[in-house]
Write a protein that binds this ligand. Structure first.
Ligand code: BTN
Length: 235
């Protein structure tokens, strides 16, 4: 496992994507990113003080594509458990893989793939102040708790916990993971606007089902939506 450390880089995900010799669990850590990326082409603000890192997960033949399809949820589950070990606070899981606290986003995950490697990128608002433009929506552990966190210690904890939790998942514990995620389901009962390719629908968030899809009640009927199919606009 290699650890690449940067004072400043465009994006740790982009960096690992382009590394020629990739190894399982290689990690890239940056103090600051100039082009931090979120899902759906969003920008991830990456000012100094936050934890911005990515690691590689080598695709293995014995693990099916159905199992890998739930990877973002498993990463989210693992990250939630790590936060709960660090602080005894009521963290919530926002499908598909964000961590929320006090109705604000604490951490986001971007899973990408290049050749036979998954690139798991995580941004945590740790010791940073939140940019004025994101203050309504984002929160950092420091602003919440007035404490200083050792960035690298937190990052290594997240990765080590993921190793264990990924094994737990592959050992047949998806049911337990799902139950836990549903017990921390941020979107449950919330009014949401779903942006489908050709239409918009309003509904009430329900549970995550056993395939990892998200159920939404629309006009009295529960419909399921897959990762990538919907964009939740309002919650
Ligand atoms: C999201 O909330 O949409 C996902 C945010 C993921 C941000 C992290 S920061 C480290 C890694 N490098 C990036 O460019 N993005 C991810």
């Amino acid at each position: 496992m290699n650890i690449y450390r940067f004072r400043e880089i465009d994006s740790t995900n982009t960096f690992l994507k382009n590394v020629r010799e990739k190894k399982d669990y290689d990690v890239a850590i940056a103090e600051k990113q100039t082009l931090g990326r979120g899902r759906r082409g969003n920008k991830w603000s990456s000012e100094k003080g936050g934890a911005y890192f990515s690691f590689l997960l080598k695709e293995k033949e014995e693990i099916s594509s159905e199992e890998y399809a739930k990877l973002p949820l498993v990463v989210g589950y693992s990250l939630l458990r790590t936060f709960e070990k660090i602080e005894n606070l009521d963290f919530k899981f926002k499908w598909t893989n964000d961590i929320y606290i006090n109705n604000k986003k604490l951490s986001g995950i971007l899973v990408e793939k290049r050749e036979n490697f998954y690139i798991i990128g995580i941004g945590i608002n740790l010791n940073n102040e939140i940019d004025e433009e994101f203050k309504e929506k984002g929160i950092s552990l420091r602003t919440l708790n007035k404490k200083y966190y050792d960035r690298e210690e937190v990052i290594l904890k997240v990765i080590n916990d993921f190793k264990e939790n990924f094994k737990y998942y592959l050992d047949g514990n998806w049911g337990q993971i799902l139950n836990y995620l549903n017990s921390k389901n941020y979107l449950f009962g919330k009014k949401i606007l779903i942006d489908l390719r050709n239409s918009k629908e309003e509904g009430i968030g329900q549970e995550i089902d056993k395939t990892g899809e998200f159920l939404v009640e629309i006009k009295g009927e529960k419909r399921s939506f897959s990762i990538g199919e919907i964009h939740i606009k309002r919650s």
